[in-house]
Ligand binder design. Sequence first.
Ligand code: C2O
Length: 520
Amino acid sequence: GVIRSYDFTVKRGLIAPDGYQKNVLLINDQFPGPAIEANWGDTIQVTVHNQITGPEEGTSFHWHGLLQKQTPWMDGVPGVEQCPIAPGESFTYQFQADLYGTSWYHSHYSAQYSDGLLGPMIIHGPENADYDIDLGPVLLTDTYHKPYYETVKVVMAPLDQGGNPRPASDNNLINGKMDFDCSTVAEGDTTPCNSNAGISKFTFTTGKTHRLRLINAGAEGLQRFSIDGHKMTVIANDFVPIQPYETTVVTLGAGQRSDVLVTANQGSAQSAFWMRSNISTICSSSNQPNALAAIYYDKADTNKAPTSTAWDVPDPGTCANDDLSLTVPYYPLTPTDHPATTRHLDINSEVNATNHFLWTVDGGTFRSDYNSPTLLLANEGNFTYPPEWNVKNFGSNSTIRVIVNNPTSSSHPMHLHGHNMFILHEGPGAWDGTSITNPNNPQRRDVQMLRPGGHIVWQINADNPGVWPFHCHIVWHLSAGFYATILERPADIEKYSQIPMIMPQTCTDWAAWTKNNVPD
Ligand code: C2O
């Protein structure tokens, strides 16, 4: 196959995507980061140069949703699959575009991606529906005006010392743009602010059908996406093509993607409509939750704002994705109803003795050790780890079913690395132990919304030996320990995946840097 090569230089920058000047992290000086594009089966190669200074910090990149079969080393989770890329160092990721459709890549180091280390990743493959024009990625990102590490500090502070586990975003962007109301900035805040930064604009060709690749690349917000006057046909969720169905609003949790088709058949060639993405204020927290972009038909005046009216579809407040009965994979796969092992990985929260709010998975809260990746130890046949790594050893089981109950009042976009999960069931309350939605062909995807007070049940075939993060994709929850590692077929890791020579080097470099520096 073809090799698609990219070169990413990561640096700090000062930009104002929504008019409010903000310290950010940029890839090749771009926000959002450059698009990765490949064909199914190609090899993607990305060299990351960590040029972050003032202060220096580590980084690492994750290619969200790709399976990384036989290349778990390239999955990019620091402390789990590699050591962070040390300041001044470079690292080359190389992996196969083993699924096709719409996704994104992002830093997996702390909450860095919410400051800009992210971009779309488009992999072309077979089509499951007809359309005329690919409009490309539509990135939906909540944004925080403070640098990410300031927000992490607030999230991690003791509750009686200003700690807030659920910080609110300041704005919501479509493809990196949105206006911000500068009159709302706090008294005494002298940061440069311009209320007319501008929004993203899209062109529809009259009569044609357009593909939009919706990506929730945000830190927290649950997005409700719609286009005034137009219904959308959903053709894929995450990397999984589905049987097309029509809807007016698509709900996307952090990390999720949906590909939708929209036909420009409303009004005349001079028409203009609003594209909207509203953060659900029932399920998430945002000071300015509603993002807008403009869609102009080919003969419309692009200097005039659209005057269209939003669909009257109230937020159901369930914090759930569309019902599983609606989302049926295009290519059917049937999971076994007799999984080799079934386990609970229930989630919860706690306030510990020092008054810190922490999230737990199966009773454990996660702390990573950047110096000692779990995968490196597993590759050496070492399968006993400190409890705070929250490793769940599934042994040699060939199929794994996991029940996740959520007694908390928050919703959580639950993400598993290395697999598309069969989502057997989701709903309010506890699972009844038997119900499966579309048992012969259940929805598969890599992020599934877990509603407040609800459950999800997922299953995988253990066909990818490795150590795979299972976590909430809300970065602030991840910072506060919402994470477990699935240890899959440990005995096969070493023979299945050849450790690349450059991998231990990340640890040597990181050790050398941390000798004289204290990472945040
Ligand atoms: Cu999109 Cu563990 O991440």
